[in-house]
Every structure is written in C-alpha cells, then in structure tokens.
Design a protein around this ligand. Sequence first.
Ligand SMILES: [Zn+2]
Length: 419
Amino acid sequence: MLRDVHMPPRSPISGALSTERLDHSDPLLFEFRARVSAHAELEGKPSLLLDRTAFYPESGGQMADHGRLGGLEVLDVQVDGDGALHHVVAGALPAVGSEVVGQVDGVRRRVHMALHTGQHMLSRALLDIARAETVSARLGETSCTIDVDLAEMAERDVARAEDLANAVIDDDVVIRSFFPEPEELARLPLRREPKVSDHVRIVQIGEFDWTPCGGTHCLRSAQVGLIHVIGVERYKGGTRVTFGAGRRAREQLAGESSVLRRLAEQFSSGTRDVPAAVEKLRRELDAARDALGQARARLAQRAADEMMEAARAAGSPWVIGAIDDARAELLRAVAKRVTEESSMVALLAGCDDDGIPVVVARGRESAFDCGAFLKRAAQAAGGRGGGRPERAEGRMPAGIDWPSLVRTLIDAEVTKKGG
Ligand SMILES: [Zn+2]
C-alpha cells in the first residue's frame, strides 16, 4: 500500500497502551530498556506493547524497523487503528511488567534514514529546479520512488536536481526535528502543508527545506552520503523518479559498475568504450543478417529451379519437395518462386526445432484447393494446418515422409475424380 511520506504519526494515546517514542528525539538510539505494558496481537500474530520504544513503526512511506526485543526477533512494528504500537515478535512473550532490552537493527535503520532524508532533499530540489511538486513518495525494500505532478520532465532538470541535493550533502548541514508553536509554524516556508493541525513535527534541513514529517531522519546531511537517480518515467499523468540514497545508492552503483566491468572484459575494452563496442557489434549483426537473407534467397531460387525442372520433365504441375533444414521463411520464398509459374502448385516441407513446417501454394491459373489439401494432410499425419485455396501453412510431426504423404493424397484425389 502506498502511504504518504509526510503523514505524521498518530499522537500517542493516553493510558496504559501509550508508548513513548524514543526515536523522535534520538534517531541513532539503537539500544534501549523498556517495560512490557501488555501482550497483544496484530493480524493474528503475537505482539508486545511497551512503555517506551526506539523501534520505528511502518508509517509515512518508511518501512518498519527490525531487531531484537527481550532476546526475541522483531519481525514487524505497526501502529494499529487505536494508536497502539505493536512489536510483532516470534517466540514466548516476556511477562507483562518485566523489563526488556530492545536492539534496533542499526544498519537497516541507517538505510531507511538515508533514504527518507534523501527523499526530502530530492523532493525539494525537484521543486526548486523544475517547479515539480511531490504528490507521493514510497521507500520500499528494493526501490524508492518520488511521484511529481509534472507530466513532462527534462532529464537535464532531474540531473540538476540530483546535483543540487548532493551539494547539500557536501555542505554537511544540520538536520533538526522540532515541534514549533503555531506562530512560528505559520512563518516557516514549508514545502507542503501539514496534515494535522496541532503537534506538527517539522524536519528542517539546513536552510534548504522545511517539511512536516514524523519519520526518522539523519542528523546531518552528510549522513545521507549520496543521492542517485536510477530512472525517470511517466506515471499516472505525472512523472515518477526512482532513486537510491546512502548505502542503498552505493550498492546500486557498485552493482551497475560490476556489470559494466564484466561487459568491458567481454569486449576487451575500457568501460567507457562499451557503448562504441556494442554499436560496432550491432552493425556487424545487421550486416550478417543481410548476408544471411541474400544467401537464403539464392538457396530458395536454386531449390525452386531444380524442383520445377523435375516437374516440367515429368509433365506434372506438382512441385513436391522436402528441403533439409529449411525454415518457414525459406519455404515461403521457394513457394513464391514456384508459383510465378501460373499452372504450378508448390507442396513444400522443411525442418526446424519444432518439427516440420509446411507451405502449400498455387499459381494463378491452378484450381487446386491448398487449404483443403493441407487440412487432409494434417489429419492423415497428425499435424495441423489450413488456409485459403490460394495458399496454406501448417506443421507436421517430426519424422513423417512429406513427399510420399503428398503423393498418396494427390493420387487418391485424382483416382476419386477419375472414378
Ligand atoms: Zn521525513
């Protein structure tokens, strides 16, 4: 499900089920102590409710933290419809009232923080450079996207926005999260309006961007490390920008670089020469295809001439042939040549990976019904095929003797007509 990145989290509910959010004040707190306030269930899976937590629940487009809680693996963290914060765990639950140690998977969290902060920066840069407003954003396990309201976006503008966001990383500006008073909030140049009216949390990136958000973010822009745009495409009347940040971006770039190096090795060239090497290969392939086409045409001509010669010598209109290794294209070419002679009928078989392709075609003055004939041939041999009286195509099972099948059927027809 797509959720908006800038949807602030629900306010903690009062009473026994409220959970103090330690991640709000310190996004780098990866180990904490807490008391179990209740055992619960989320979609049929056992969960723990705590008096305080540093685990980030999935919300606002940011994925849930993983880690360990009281020695148990934390599989998911979610806030339910009543505002209760569930830690879905596997194993025997520690007693209500007992103290547990929580350990947030710091590598995973840092990736999420970099992606989330990178998303704020790239959204701001796209707005500043191209007046493209972010409609929604998604930070997934494998890909992250920003959808903007601009139907047309020049690649050059996206590259400039990427540059601008990376320049803010280089500047290593402070990123702070705070809850401003209404008067201060009204003065802030927010990138977009908050979705709640009170207790609005603002994430400020230097003097670059102010956005209402409840997610976890880096504390300084340099912690984002790198923002890398992977793709730009049209999407639902707007534009979708796919990107990576931090460790995710480094892994993506390393993966692409490794593919490029392997390609360069194949071409015995430098990585920068790969496009030229591919282009050369394409030209050579085109030339080879042309040469193959010409050779095929010459072969078809020769095969047709030989078979027609034999038919003429026998005073017969039937040009019957099985051509070794001929694919359907070659058969069509031979049939075309044969049927230029208006009284002749071509009854041709070839051979390819899937069996025996067959083509039956008649010259302009012949009254032979190619479609009906091929249907009978297919019935007799267990193949398939059919077509118009003028020409028909089909396929016979491997191993059949096409010339004798054709002769048998033609003889039967002539006998029937004669009798
Ligand atoms: Zn955010």
